[in-house]
Design a binder for this molecule. Sequence first.
Ligand code: SF4
Length: 924
Amino acid sequence: MFSATDIASFLACPHTASLARAESKSEIAKPFFKDPTVDLLRKLGLAHEQRYLRELAEKDRLAVAQIDVNGRWEDAVSETDRALHEGADAIYQATFLDGQWGGRSDFLVRVSRPSALGSWSYEVVETKLARSTKATAIVQLCFYSDLLSRIQRVEPQWMHVVLGGTATPERFQVQRYIAYFRKVRSEFETAWKLETETYPEPAEHCEVCSWFPLCDTRRRADDHLSFVAGISRNQRKALAGRGVTTVAALAKLALPPKPKIERIGDAALLRIREQARLQVQGREEGRLVYELLDHAGEGNGLAALPLASPADMFLDLEASPYVLDRGLEYLIGIVTLPSNSGDEPIYETLWSFSRSEEKKAFETFIAKVMERWRRNPEMHIYHYAPYEPTAIKRLVGSHGTCVDEVDELLRAGVFVDLYRAVRQGIRASVESYSIKRLEPLYDFARAVPLSDANVALQSFEAAMALGNGQEEIGDVLKTIEGYNRDDCLSALRLRDWLEDRRKELEAKSGRNSPRPTAKSGEPGEKLTTRLQEVREIIARLLAPLPADETEWTDEHRACWLLAQMLEWHRREEKSAWWEYFRLCALSDDELQEDGSALGGLTFAGEVGRIKRSLIYRYSFPPQDHAIDRALGVRDPRTGNNAGEIVSIDERNRTIDLRRGASSSAPHPTALVPFDIVDSTVLRDSLLRIASWVADHGITGSGRFQSARELLLREPPGVPRGAVGTLIGEDHQLTEAAKALLRLLPRQASVLPIQGPPGSGKTFTGARMIVELVRQGRRVGITAVSHKVITNLLGEVCRAAHEAGVTLRAVQKASDGDECQHSAVSLAKDNQAVLFALFAGYEKVAAGSPWLWAREEMADSVDVLFVDEAGQMSLANVLAVSQAATSIAAVIVASPALFQVQCKTPRQIELANAFCRYLEMAHPV
Ligand code: SF4
């Protein structure tokens, strides 16, 4: 029997099928080695699965049929079949067998879509520990969806993954993936039957593959090219095409090759050839050897090292992605230099075992750094590889704290990545540039063996993730501290060794290497003025709050929350700006290796014209990138807009950019994503609300009443349970719903409309809007995307036509995003929307939050509908609230369903805050 794992493994590495076939014929045996990681992952996976089972049974109150998996496979198959036909709400460990295909899916969940089973059918839900859905998970989902289709005789519409750290399924359309899955499955069948010859090409899957010892031995025997540090799979392929298949052969490759090797640039070929040459030299001499790379100019290689200071810090963090709901940075380790040169370096730790401790440890760390930096502005924080600053930025986002301090540190260039200095400054005869591999170069001996450290790290994660407590892990903590201390000390020794290499380079080249220029961490004048204004208002909002939170009233809480909202957008945008600046600081080579940017562009020519713009084509070398998902692209060398992406041809590796014909900007050699939308309009709206509240108080009549009602969690002016269902059996609004709509525009309030997925909230919302128009009201529509807005607007037009109500609408959207219905006109600017509402016949206007938050849109409609409101942050709902007397917010059943839409944990919290607020405001 073949399972989903066989197909997924085949997709990850075709060689797995060859080895499994050889094993089935007893030609080889699977190597056995006890890997604590695999055990841990198995345990954590089971815990995650059980958590979701409890969620279904206890929270969602579903009757879950649990299949007995301890008996015969055939019995479990029959039991599954019975549960499917009886229509159980959900089935846990549904077991399938169809010919040679069989397997066990985590969950099947019943949906109201007719099938051969009855008026219902099922969809597959898999639980995965990963934080993002991988291709192998999609294969598994398709595998079970396909087997399920054969029983219920209808293909499921969706398939779902519950990722680690969440109880929220992420869904995928079966139809989009099933054809590709069937192709992979048929390739697997063919490979198995024809016994296709394969080679153990290194793959990501090797890290968790049981066959690794066998494959590694074979690759070593073959002196496989994958042992060259920094070589890519595409480069290996291109070299193999020219008969270069070993490290030794690459080391001897004469440059430039004739003819040129396609798909490897000259610089990249020189880099890997030189790396191979040095590795061969190292193994011939039986020692680690290095060479200095001379990068004249500031900021590169050894010139990136600032002047050493006695106040410097050496930082290393320990983290686990599996601990708590979204991982934990559980140890911050710092080494500083002693005041007496003969003493040992000082090692300090900050441990966290809970989310609140993580916040406290982070704040303590940043306070310590700031205090030290203020006293010693020449100091730096050294780390190896980008993990530490990335984690620090993440902690800022997740706890909403130390934003300005971290911003200042980053702006001032306080963090120094030794990995970058190594990669650009030296070449060593190592197979990988991890710090552990480099340690023999500077004679660093670890106090804790790496094998002990690995076991301790796994044990700690298991104890924390499985909630076993910390009682028994005292020794484990000591080992982890020892390992972390080694990492910090290793960074210190490496920095000193690199300083010596710098001197060596200066002596060799006969010229001084420049040091990086000191940068100011101060924000610009405009930002400073804005921050002062915001902070003044925050201070006024918070002034009346008692120090003891337990004494806070609802009004105090509302003021506190409003104060938090004023900095929300800046906090959220920070991470996007930091990422953008990180990418801009990378070299073109590094951008090629970064998964989000596109590097190595070569201008290929002008290929077309659209109105007054030209289309330019650029070719690029093979690489992973996500540039097609970017909202906009910038040239990292100039920081300017690089044009609009017209098309990307992955097969021929070209990208077409549209730019103004008069543009004289240089052609970009790389593109970085730029996904930041200016939020000034939204922030200004919040500031107006906060300023009014600081002057007049949060309660009482006056301006911004729906915003204040929302902050105070006031229910709309209808008694709880007075409305019940909004749509009757005849698919029309009920009389109670119509009465509610008569009341709604007369009083400032927030009305949440709630229902589970597929319960027709758009249908209901559209009929409510038409009824309001029939009553002579002006209605606004907004949502997080133009797609959602356009969808609701289209439904409104259909509902108006059915109800015989004459309706005209105006929409502010870009060309191509607008609703195509003849009743909708497209407004090019905000004034056109206002004009249509007040001087025209339009009773419905639609646009993004950036439209409704503008000051000139204040009180422009009677009711503003926020569709898919659960995906919108509380800050944005408050920002748009000024446009209407009342807000109708359409949300779905569970706030948890919105988590997947949020970028940072802080966003999740605030999105949830909004949903909780709505729920508490008695949804209908
Ligand atoms: S160890 Fe790597 S190459 Fe070998 S079968 Fe597993 S994934 Fe494939």
